[in-house]
Design a protein around this ligand. Structure first.
Ligand SMILES: [Zn+2]
Ligand SMILES: [Zn+2]
Length: 100
């Protein structure tokens, strides 16, 4: 047996099957930018939806770039800071697709 311990920071993307190794900030897939609705307020275990969250839009707030993820299952929206590991081409194409 390998010393395999489930770490909430590491996950396999359910959208593109990319294995995401967390760095303490990662909560979405750097390849396709999709996330998963498992990140609850600490202590709040009522919201274990587990739906896939699509990157629905891109926002800038005080110079800080953030992705807004929307849960496909329940519609919950959540802002996530962009990570340096993120596929920036995907971010750009997301921005462009929103502008048209
Ligand atoms: Zn992915
Ligand atoms: Zn949800």
């Amino acid at each position: 047996m390998k010393n395999f311990k489930k770490n909430k920071e590491d996950f396999t993307c359910e959208k593109c099957s990319f294995f995401v190794v967390g760095n303490g900030y990662t909560n979405h897939c750097p390849e396709c930018l999709w996330s998963k609705h498992v990140d609850v307020i600490p202590g709040d275990r009522l919201d274990l939806c587990c739906g896939l969250m699509e990157p629905s839009r891109f926002e800038k707030d005080g110079g800080e770039e953030a992705l807004v993820h929307r849960c496909m299952a329940c519609g919950h929206e959540k802002r996530n800071k962009l990570s340096q590991n993120d596929n920036y081409d995907k971010v750009i194409s997301l921005v462009k697709s929103r502008i048209g």
